[in-house]
Design a protein around this ligand. Structure first.
Ligand SMILES: CC(C)(COP(=O)(O)OP(=O)(O)OC[C@H]1O[C@@H](n2cnc3c(N)ncnc32)[C@H](O)[C@@H]1OP(=O)(O)O)[C@@H](O)C(=O)NCCC(=O)NCCS
Length: 175
């Protein structure tokens, strides 16, 4: 497995990973309409808008991909400066998605470690990652030393969902 910084040309494959992983992860947790509204096309548009570092415009946001020997992107991680809200941490992990067949094989750990190396090189020391409280992947962040310090409620459509903010005061413990 190759773990590397994303290139501009990876955007479509990253969007496909996100849509696939959203379907297998959130079906039954989030409303079907919300899951179905996420298409490869609108993910590409969203990434172009929100992940400016992806285009090299600024250096404080970063996307890391996991790619097989046959050039298939099977997972990605994204992070950078705090995306939303006023929190006393330097960085935020925005997205961690791996397609189902490749989960639980250590790839998420590799992606998170590589992301952290970049965040440290940008001068970030602490980090928060938001995750739906119901998502069993909370265990992943706990195993990597995250502490459930923050909570918030997000609205998806009419429904409200609880999110947990996993915090690392010193991200260097991850690597
Ligand atoms: C969450 C995710 C990125 C983790 O990556 P991964 O490659 O599956 O995780 P790893 O294999 O590196 O696992 C590291 C540890 O976390 C545990 N873990 C990972 N995902 C888990 C899950 N869903 N439930 C329980 N434990 C989990 C592993 O068992 C492993 O524990 P161990 O060290 O005792 O063996 C990946 O499973 C994924 O894409 N899940 C679906 C999308 C998602 O929920 N993303 C998070 C959104 S905030």
């Amino acid at each position: 497995m190759i773990i590397r910084q994303a290139k501009r040309s990876d955007i479509e494959q990253i969007a496909k990973v996100q849509v696939s992983s959203w379907n297998t992860t959130y079906r039954g947790i989030l409303p079907d309409e919300l899951i179905d509204s996420r298409t490869v096309e609108n993910r590409i548009e969203s990434m172009k808008t929100n992940w400016k570092g992806f285009h090299g415009d600024i250096i404080s946001r970063i996307v890391i991909v996991a790619e097989t020997e046959s050039d298939e992107i099977v997972g990605f991680a994204a992070g950078g400066d705090i995306f939303q809200g006023d929190y006393p941490y330097d960085a935020e992990g925005y997205a961690f998605y791996i397609i189902k067949e490749y989960q639980q094989k250590g790839i998420g750990t590799l992606l998170l470690k590589e992301l952290v190396k970049f965040l440290l090189s940008f001068g970030f020391k602490s980090m928060i990652i938001w995750i739906l409280e119901e998502n069993p992947a909370c265990k992943f962040y706990e195993k990597l030393g995250g502490v459930a310090k923050e909570r918030k409620i997000d609205k998806f459509g009419e429904e409200e969902f609880s999110l947990v903010g996993y915090v690392w005061d010193n991200i260097s413990i991850i690597i």
